[in-house]
Design a binder for this molecule. Structure first.
Ligand code: GLV
Ligand code: MN
Ligand code: MN
Length: 427
């Protein structure tokens, strides 16, 4: 990134409104499946409602609202020099099933607050400022996560666009229903020519900031994530009459596989390479208490900050699955669902965040992210970075997810000031 030399001055002139942000968090929290708060899965009615609400908030600030080919909803505040590439911030408004009120939402609300403050102050930036609600960040009915940010980066493959949900519809159709144009996907939708920088605020989803008593995490790297579908096939049989030695129990095979994955990941994680692996989704067919399980479909996910570590781990895990299936006389299918490399956050963006934190008297810490984020994909297009704020006891992807209004306000102020600083230093 090309920069101007001296330090920022007067960034603190612009102040975020904590109460306004908290009201928006609470408003979004009402848009949930009523019997399982907080659940707003991508492509569902509640998700459509949340995006309608967000669009109305953008309209109220007179932002120019648009939906790109990948279904990302954005609102743009013009800058003093409209021909310049925009600065952007955003995250996602979808949740996991029985998730929380802050994952993704904090980043969208903070980005919106920055637009709100900038609009109130007569658009003081020279660059346009854009807020983005990325389509479907969480794994969804079509299997692929980060749909919008992958699409923006030109990373959605024709196979992924063809993934089918249980209702028979494809991901391409779901993107089209969200206002996107899947037929125009395949190449990056943006480049450094129209996107000068991107900063995403997010709850940490871990305990580091809380334990270290820091207000702000400055993300250095975001892990790469690889997901595979595995299907183990046995024979469904009567559970009372089939002797143990005659069974081809797919779930017993899957259980052995899950434990082997856990053991291997524990062995391979090292001081040099972060590595975690999870089997978090299983479908047992037919799932009857008196039927020997005939088939298990499961999803394996591996994450590391070193791509070579993930690759070797997945190769070895496939080997383990083959050996286990052969020994138990089970069939085995496996299919790569998605793969994205780890990414380093831009050094200039990290410095801007660090300075903004210091200018606000916030303590900060540089740290890697073990969670995946839209910024990982946007970072392939332009200089990108992330601001983490603490979340209570590191709990996330669960209803207990929590961050205090003051912690959110602190992060949003650092976000706003980072945007102001980037506007000043990027030539
Ligand atoms: C995002 O929610 C992730 O799975 O890391
Ligand atoms: Mn999440
Ligand atoms: Mn998230």
């Amino acid at each position: 990134m090309k920069k101007k030399p001296q330090s920022a001055a007067g960034a603190n002139r612009l102040k975020v409104d904590s109460a306004r942000m908290w009201n928006r968090v609470e408003r979004l929290a009402t848009l949930t499946e009523k019997n399982q708060p907080w659940t707003r899965r991508a492509f569902t009615d509640w998700y459509v409602r949340s995006r309608d609400w967000l669009r109305r908030e953008m309209d109220a600030l007179h932002l120019t609202v648009s939906i790109d080919a990948a279904g990302n909803l954005s609102g743009t505040l013009p800058g003093g020099e409209p021909h310049l590439a925009a600065l952007a911030s955003g995250s996602h408004t979808d949740t996991v099933p029985r998730g929380g009120r802050f994952d993704g939402i904090a980043g969208v609300v903070a980005a919106l607050e920055a637009a709100n403050v900038l609009a109130e102050h007569g658009r003081p930036l020279k660059r346009p400022y854009q807020i983005i609600d990325f389509l479907a960040e969480e794994p969804n009915a079509y299997g692929t996560s980060c749909v919008g940010s992958r699409g923006m980066a030109g990373e959605l493959t024709p196979e992924q666009l063809d993934y089918t949900a249980d209702d028979g519809s494809t991901l391409a159709q779901a993107i089209a229903r969200s206002g996107g144009r899947p037929e125009s996907l395949g190449a990056p939708l943006r480049s450094a020519k129209d996107l000068a920088g991107f900063v995403e605020l997010h709850i940490e989803q871990g305990v580091v900031l809380e334990q270290e008593r820091r207000d702000i995490g400055i993300v250095t790297d975001i892990v790469g994530i690889t997901r595979y579908n595995f299907s183990l096939g046995g024979q469904a049989m009567h559970a009372g009459t089939t002797p143990m030695e005659r069974r081809r129990d797919a779930l017993a095979g899957a259980a052995e596989f899950v434990v082997a994955v856990e053991k291997l990941a524990r062995r391979r994680a090292s001081a040099d390479a972060y590595l975690v692996a999870t089997v978090g989704k299983l479908e047992v067919i037919p799932n009857g208490s008196n039927v020997v399980p005939g088939r298990v479909d499961l999803v394996l996910e591996a994450r590391s900050n070193r791509d070579t570590v993930t690759e070797k781990f997945c190769r070895d895990v496939i080997g383990i699955a083959k050996e286990c299936a052969a020994r138990r006389n089970l069939s085995l299918d496996h299919r790569l669902v998605s793969q994205n490399d780890a990414i380093h956050c831009d050094a200039g963006v990290q410095t801007a965040i660090e300075r903004a934190a210091a200018a606000n008297g916030c303590s900060s810490l540089r740290m890697p992210s073990g969670a995946g984020h839209d910024a990982a994909h946007v970072g392939r297009l332009c200089p990108a970075g992330m601001i983490f704020i603490p979340c209570l006891e590191g709990k996330s992807h669960c209803p207990e997810e929590w961050t205090d209004p003051e912690q959110l306000a602190c992060g949003a102020q650092v976000l706003l000031d980072s945007i102001v600083e980037l506007d000043r230093i990027i030539e």
